[in-house]
Design a protein around this ligand. Structure first.
Ligand code: SF4
Ligand code: ZN
Ligand code: ZN
Length: 323
């Protein structure tokens, strides 16, 4: 069967949301074009520096490979964090990551929780357990990762921090926030997030309209061998996300294109909500800074959630404000 795009080569992939059958080259080109379109909307091609937060998984590979197809690689810097999870973080994975990034001409900055927080994730989880805290590994992991990625973005003077979240991740997050009735978070999840602190580097998600099966296929076609071992803490994740994920797959199966429709409709609504939210605020008030680490924290808080977690886990005793 011929490819519906070039009509020359044999088709290999069926794209349910467009109803097209594509050859390998046209499939790769389709993904690159869609990532480019989303990136142009955000203004990425005009940026002087973009920090790519890469985990070594397939999505981070697709993020780097697609962006490097239309952005000068010297404007891209990758940043990877080793969390310190026994049996999950492997040296070979970082080597593989480094190899493909250098082939693309992208520099890689390597960091770890041990180096920048002082403890591995396993140590934080263990300390929390000893103190009887009911905090999941993902809470520590997500919070510190966000903080370090933002700091790294500032250090390299990045205009944007780009992450590899795909369409499935995004729509799951939208639905979860809708269920929780968390309007602010929901708005901040949009395609032009609100910047509530001058210390935040804007986070963008160029793959937010690419299905997860498409990023898997892209990585496979490009011969990228990615981390297949699952994080041992995944089972401690809240079950709501798993349920939402299941539900969305079911809907996508019945009506292909559902996820894309949800995100496009969400962006349209978020844009309007954002405008009325901003006009009702009179001025966008800068978020306060944590009195311990100096990073932005929520309105009304003196110390950030990350520092609070370390104190509660008995891993941080110093309580002096630093400027
Ligand atoms: Fe971190 Fe949780 Fe993801 Fe594991 S599953 S890498 S602990 S966020
Ligand atoms: Zn083709
Ligand atoms: Zn702090």
């Amino acid at each position: 069967m011929m490819c519906d795009a070039c009509k020359v080569r044999e088709a290999e992939v069926y794209q349910p949301h467009t109803g097209r059958k594509l050859c390998k080259q046209c499939f790769i080109e389709d993904i690159r074009q869609r990532v480019r379109k989303e990136s142009e909307k955000i203004g990425l091609p005009k940026a002087n520096k973009i920090l790519l937060a890469v985990s070594g998984g397939k999505d981070s590979f697709v993020l780097a490979d697609t962006l490097a197809s239309f952005i000068d690689p010297s404007k891209l810097t990758a940043y990877n964090i080793t969390e310190g999870i026994q049996g999950y973080n492997r040296k070979e994975q970082v080597q593989e990551l480094k190899k493909f990034l250098s082939e693309l001409g992208i520099e890689l900055i390597e960091d770890s929780f041990r180096q920048s927080v002082g403890y591995t994730l396993d140590e934080m989880v263990q300390a929390a357990k000893v103190k009887g805290l009911n905090v999941s590994a993902c809470t520590f992991c997500g919070g510190f990762r966000r903080k370090l990625i933002n700091e790294a973005g500032r250090k390299v003077n990045a205009d944007f921090v780009a992450t590899g979240h795909n369409l499935d991740d995004e729509v799951q997050a939208i639905i979860i926030n809708l269920i929780r009735g968390d309007l602010t978070r929901l708005i901040r999840f949009g395609d032009s997030p609100l910047k509530l602190s001058s210390r935040f580097v804007l986070r963008v998600k160029p793959l937010r309209k690419i299905y997860e099966w498409e990023t898997t296929m892209y990585a496979y076609y490009k011969g990228y061998t990615f981390q297949e071992v699952e994080c041992p803490y995944i089972t401690t994740r809240p079950t709501l996300r798993a349920k939402v994920r299941e539900l969305l797959y079911m809907l996508e199966d019945i009506k292909p294109g559902t996820l894309l429709n949800i995100i496009e409709e969400f962006d349209r609504i978020a844009e309007n909500v954002r405008k009325s939210y901003i006009s009702s605020m009179q001025e966008i008030k800068e978020l306060p800074r944590c009195k311990i680490c100096g990073e932005p924290t929520s309105y009304g808080r003196d110390i950030c959630k990350n520092c609070e977690l370390l104190i509660k886990a008995g891993l941080l005793y110093q309580n002096l404000p630093i400027s």
